[in-house]
Design a protein around this ligand. Structure first.
Ligand code: BT5
Length: 327
């Protein structure tokens, strides 16, 4: 538990417009001695807060190094329901796994699970998502009133929300690659895994898992992943504030979800098409029962990829992995 004095120091350090706060001002304000102020600052640093101390000026909180924890993620979150109930783990096998369990135990819509790192991060089709410390790993429980066949639209909607979030931190927006990869300079910066629990005609819940390579050091990844992956840190050349990024992500996702439920898939489809640079390019789609090759035309109203074959026929692709180019 955070003590009341510690919380008050944090409030003072966070006040907008304050550059440095002198030890004297802090001690007057809190009614404690200068050495007690120093002890409090040391305790906050031990909790992960980077607080600069400049002689004759005082203390200042570095915003970028806001620690990544549930207190920070919840504070200042402006969403209506996404993230209002939040489970934070330092280390967990998979946030999707935890979220599915919570959803089965009747967790409310909007409940989220966040992890600092994952030991068994999941990709699609039983693949692995490398999840070292410094990345963003979250799963969101949604209970949309839709039929299971409409669920793929939810992953495409998520791809749009993630792309818009990441775009705020980059000089150029990332591109989306069907079904839901996010690429920067041709390398994967984020992935989405939506897992569903449903009956024939009704979705009980969808857990949307999002992994974004934010500050994780990519050098530690297995070579085959390192070569095809990048991170925001790598692109920007500096670490980014993960708390702020995650809060923005929840806001954007909530807005898109709301819009999707009110207006349907058309606005999502249009946004997705704007973010995708696949149109007109040659694609090879590897499916479990074969390969489809042709020119990508875009996505249809169900979120399926449309590919014009050499014969001129247009094929609807609903699953598989896309390689852009003719390989
Ligand atoms: C995905 O699968 O891209 C879905 C990733 C979803 C991860 C999130 S993290 C939070 C939540 N909890 C989970 O357990 N999962 C979700 P897929 O399209 O199958 O891509 C997997 C492939 O991407 C792997 O086979 C690697 O080639 C590559 N890959 C693995 N880790 C990566 C990383 N950190 N960055 C970029 N590429 C990676």
């Amino acid at each position: 538990m955070v003590s009341e004095t510690t919380a008050r120091i944090m409030d003072l350090l966070r006040k907008p417009g304050e550059e440095y706060l002198s030890g004297e001002r802090l001690s007057d304000n809190l009614g404690i001695s200068r050495s007690a102020v120093w002890k409090q600052i040391s305790a906050l640093r031990a909790m992960g807060y980077a607080i600069e101390a400049v002689p004759s000026k005082g203390y200042r909180l570095s915003v970028v190094s806001r620690p990544y924890n549930d207190i920070e993620i919840s504070s200042g979150l402006t969403t209506q329901f996404i993230g209002r109930s939040l489970y934070f783990h330092r280390d967990t096998p998979s946030t999707n796994e935890t979220a599915i369990r919570l959803a089965k135990e009747s967790a409310l819509e909007g409940t989220v699970v966040v992890a600092e790192k994952q030991s068994g991060g999941r990709g699609r089709l039983g693949r692995r998502w490398e999840s070292p410390s410094g990345g963003l790993y979250t799963s969101i429980i949604l209970r949309p009133p839709i039929a299971p066949r409409d669920a793929p639209r939810m992953s495409l909607m998520t791809a749009v929300a993630v792309a818009e979030t990441v775009a705020d931190y980059l000089p150029h927006p990332p591109s989306v690659k069907w079904p839901n990869d996010l690429l920067v300079g041709g390398k994967k910066i984020a992935g989405i895994l939506a897992e569903m629990d449903a009956e024939m005609d009704r979705v009980h819940f969808i857990v949307i898992g999002i992994g974004i390579n934010v500050n994780a050091v990519m050098d530690g990844l297995p070579p085959e992943v390192r070569d095809i992956a990048t991170s925001l840190r790598e692109v920007r050349g500096e670490p980014l504030p993960r708390v702020e990024l995650l809060q923005n992500l929840y806001c954007k996702l909530e807005r898109w979800y709301d819009r999707f439920l009110r207006e349907g898939f058309t606005p999502v489809r249009e946004a997705w098409m704007r973010l995708s640079d696949m149109r007109g390019r040659t694609v090879t789609v590897k499916q479990f029962d074969g390969v489809v090759k042709g020119a990508a035309l875009g996505i249809d109203d169900d979120g399926a990829l449309l590919v014009r074959l050499r014969s001129g026929e247009v094929e609807r692709v609903t699953g598989g992995d896309v390689v852009i180019g003719s390989s």
